[in-house]
Design a protein around this ligand. Sequence first.
Ligand SMILES: [Zn+2]
Length: 281
Amino acid sequence: MKAIDTHVHPGTKEDVIDCGGKYIEDAFRFFGKKVEVLTEEALAEQYQSLDIMGVLLAWDAETNTGNKRLSNEYVAGLVKKYPKTFIGFAGVDPWKGKVAIQEVEIAIKDLGLRGVKFQQAAQAFYPSDQRFYPLWEKIAELKVPVLFHMGNTGYGAGVPGGDGIRLKYCRPIPYIDDLAADFPELTIIGAHPAWPWQDEMLAVAMHKANVYIDLSGWSPKYFPASLVQYANTFLQDKCLFGSDHPYLTPKRWLADFEKIQMKAEVKEKILWQNAQKLFRI
Ligand SMILES: [Zn+2]
């Protein structure tokens, strides 16, 4: 195993067509791609041919978008089918209240998933909103990391009014900083270079020992200089490789990462050692 891709959307029909709904074309267009649907075999084959592992993400933004969810059961099924290739993160809709809390418990304890993913732009909520604190308490109690989308999003991108999607929910300070302060026992991962709030995300990860960064959704070629500098130094134990498949393939991300200037031992940490520790793989 050469790397662990910590941010993988399956790209199968259940993900792209059933769950993506009207937003999926925006997302693919945002990444300069045509909508594409993969078979489960083709998904697994991509990771196996690169000799890397992937973290598959479930997704539930039903309340805000009306879209079907990509269920925890579906993701757990893929992990079961390809146990050497994938681990999985649950996705629950925080607006579902007690149901979301129950789903998290089932996903971790019974389905064997290893973390929980949120996309606040699609789900329309602030992580520091106290109405959701019982959910974070449950996730902390289960001792698994929680992944939040940070910065700009492909959902609604280029559409008048952004299709109703609001970016404000994905700002690191104060929302992630407050959450990290209130839940020091909760491991929090901020996904993607958090543009246009990259420096805020770096500050939160520097300041709060329980906050990590995944580098998915951007080719390393385009990483802001501050991100490369911090990843190479102060944050070398806190940055994780992630692609954001299928929008950006792990093959492309890894090829571009090879070309950026960074210490070889730091690259090893980012590619797999940090994730291995964090997810206890
Ligand atoms: Zn993503």
